[in-house]
Design a protein around this ligand. Structure first.
Ligand code: GCU
Length: 397
């Protein structure tokens, strides 16, 4: 009897400790670190000081404290087209399956890419590169299986190329063998407290796909967008921050350590994400699990690193775990970096109502009616947003 009672008490305590806050009234008062103030207190008023000083400072803070370092060199990279169909999707697309092999530290890793380009007579097309964090049935190259998660036909019909790779090629998405991928190339990362982990590896792999795109003349290299959902959305934001070759960034329901502000502690918290997914972020991140206010950054600064490039983030009404309000606030506060470039994203302090996308601004956003997911509704807005930006001559350097 006594034993039963003890177990009951323990369960109650454990549930309390794990309990997530879904009550806006419980969000603590917090102060966000300034985007436009150097760590030494100097204000940042020009694009020059932003690009030469403050932006690198913020990027390093994210590397050292959250996502880990991002190795930029390797011994050799090779690309091999292993399958091709010039009449895929009933003739409307050209399919290439590409293996990217990267060599370093006397070993190598393969990233498999599925790429469809539209057969529309244009020599080069803008593209969406999708970080697939679900199984490969969602991105079936034969198109026998069609998934709303990756509506490739819709993207092709809109005049865009669409490509994808699976996160598991870069770092298997589980704590027991996430090292069995890109990290084999960079063994030093494993022992460093700011060493890259799974999400860093996924972002790293997205950049290797960019390396390949540079060699494929069917891709308009200045117009490649990176897209990710949820954990893939976190990686897409990080890839966009590290690699400025991505012209636009789309993060769908990216939640904690994606677009959502950590200091709000609403829905998933830093403590929970680090205990459930200790292999996603660097060791240093764990230092902040009991005091998020000590973090020298918050996620609005990750969005700021994307400036002046267009960025689009989303939420879903029922996805409180990803803190829709905190995700919107983060893009709202990131406007400061865009303003330095003379861009006024003109976001209001309150998010738009559900299913009312903000398309005609440099920072786009929607909150979709429904659950945590990536759907053709979301993709259709990504396409509209990208087309609007390109029509207004926003291309990458
Ligand atoms: C979990 C995790 C989230 C993540 C999500 C997903 O819910 O807690 O941080 O975004 O999985 O990737 O679907």
């Amino acid at each position: 009897m006594l034993k039963k009672l003890m177990i009951c008490i323990l369960v109650v305590f454990a549930t309390k400790a794990q309990a997530q806050n879904y009550d806006e009234a419980e969000v603590p008062v917090f102060t966000l670190p300034h985007i436009l103030k150097m760590a030494n207190g100097q204000p940042v008023n020009t694009v020059k000081t932003w690009e030469q000083n403050r932006r690198p400072e913020i990027l390093h803070l994210f590397e050292d404290n959250i996502y880990g370092a991002m190795p930029k060199t390797y011994d050799h990279i090779a690309y091999k087209i292993t399958a091709e169909d010039k009449n895929a999707m009933n003739g409307k697309a050209h399919l290439k399956i590409v293996t990217i092999t990267v060599y370093n530290s006397h070993t190598s890793v393969d990233i498999h890419v599925t790429l469809f380009t539209p057969n529309n007579g244009k020599p080069a097309n803008p593209a969406f590169l999708f970080i697939n964090n679900r199984d490969n049935n969602n991105t079936d190259p034969t198109r026998k299986i069609k998934s709303d998660f990756w509506p490739a036909e819709m993207v092709i019909d809109s005049g865009y190329a669409i490509a994808t790779f699976n996160v598991n090629d870069a770092a298997p998405d589980n704590k027991d063998n996430y090292t069995n991928g890109v990290l084999k190339l960079y063994p030093n990362q494993l022992t460093a407290d700011n060493g890259m982990k799974a999400i860093g590896c996924w972002a790293w792999a997205a950049s290797r796909v960019m390396d390949y795109f540079k060699t494929d003349s069917s891709i308009d290299f200045a117009k490649v967008s990176i897209v990710g959902h949820s954990r893939g959305g976190k990686a897409a934001l990080w890839a966009g921050a590290e690699d400025q070759r991505f012209a636009m960034i789309f993060a769908n329901c990216s939640g904690n350590t994606g677009a959502a502000l950590a200091r709000r502690q609403f829905g998933e918290t830093l403590k929970v994400i680090n205990s459930h997914y200790p292999y996603w972020f660097c060791n240093n991140y764990k230092k902040y699990i009991d005091d998020v206010n000590k973090l020298p950054v918050d996620q609005h600064m990750l969005i700021a690193l994307l400036a002046p490039r267009p960025v689009y983030t989303t939420n879903a009404t029922k996805d409180l775990w990803a803190d829709p309000s905190g995700s919107y606030l983060s893009v709202y506060y990131a406007q400061k970096a865009y303003e330095l470039y003379g861009i006024n994203p003109d976001l209001k302090a309150n998010p738009p109502p559900p299913n009312s996308p903000i398309i005609h601004k440099t920072i786009g956003y929607h909150i979709r009616e429904g659950i945590h997911d990536l759907t053709s509704y979301d993709w259709s807005k990504f396409i509209r947003f990208a087309s609007y930006q390109y029509a207004h001559s926003i291309t990458n350097k």
